[in-house]
Design a protein around this ligand. Structure first.
Ligand SMILES: Nc1nc2c(ncn2[C@@H]2O[C@H](COP(=O)(O)OP(=O)(O)OP(=O)(O)O)[C@@H](O)[C@H]2O)c(=O)[nH]1
Ligand SMILES: [Mg+2]
Length: 189
């Protein structure tokens, strides 16, 4: 998948955009949403971040299977103080990536997020479960957390899980390729 920011993407290709998709990054504060985005677009890992205030929007162009796609990524601030704003931010998304911090060992962090997407969009809006910070877990703890994520996926009818680490660069581009391929598939392309 060829990927680029709006400035870098060839203007001829930009004129041929086939799809514009709003993709949400959701999940509790500090789980690694903005770090994931930064790693995806720059290949750099951010050791220190500030919480996202409200929501940040980013535009990315990708070329996949002959299609040109404009991904408009809405990276939500997950802190409680922003929750009243979330319904307005979530409307009209093509898909949501629900980030789950594997190192917290707490399935409650999922609570409320699938309902938020379904209430503001539809029951069929794809929600992809992303386990973050896999680099912080030993092998045994990681397999236990994957078990938990698979239960969560089944309970809430999510996609995934995909296990990632922005620090190590595990499954970052693969996650975004999965999202694009999934949306291309349901768009009938
Ligand atoms: N070890 C490790 N730390 C990570 C990873 N991803 C993110 N972090 C750290 O987690 C902290 C919070 O990351 P953010 O990306 O700001 O979290 P967020 O989900 O955007 O948080 P809000 O904006 O408050 O919703 C930062 O200190 C990151 O360096 C990872 O894969 N591994
Ligand atoms: Mg953030």
């Amino acid at each position: 998948m060829i990927q680029a920011s709006p400035e870098a993407f060839d203007s001829d290709l930009k004129a041929k955009v086939n799809f514009i998709w709003k993709v949400l990054f959701i999940g509790e504060g500090g789980v690694g949403k903005s770090t994931f985005y930064h790693k995806y677009t720059t290949n750099e890992f951010l050791f220190n971040t500030n919480m996202t205030i409200g929501c940040e929007h980013h535009s990315q162009y990708v070329e996949r299977n002959g299609y040109v796609i404009n991904l408009v990524i809405w990276d939500l601030g997950g802190q409680n103080r922003f929750k009243t704003l979330h319904p307005a931010f979530c409307k009209g998304c093509a898909a949501a990536l629900l980030f789950y911090d594997l190192s917290i060992h707490e399935r409650e962090q999922i609570k409320g997020w699938p309902e938020l997407i379904r209430n503001t969009n539809s029951n069929t809006t794809p929600i992809l479960l992303i386990g973050t910070k896999a680099d912080l877990l030993e092998e045994k703890a990681l397999s236990e957390e994957i078990e938990v994520l698979m239960q969560v996926r089944d309970e809430y009818q999510l996609l995934g899980p995909i296990i990632t680490s922005s620090k190590k660069g595990w499954n970052i581009t693969e996650t975004m390729e999965y999202v694009v391929d999934y949306l291309l598939m349901i768009c009938g392309s």
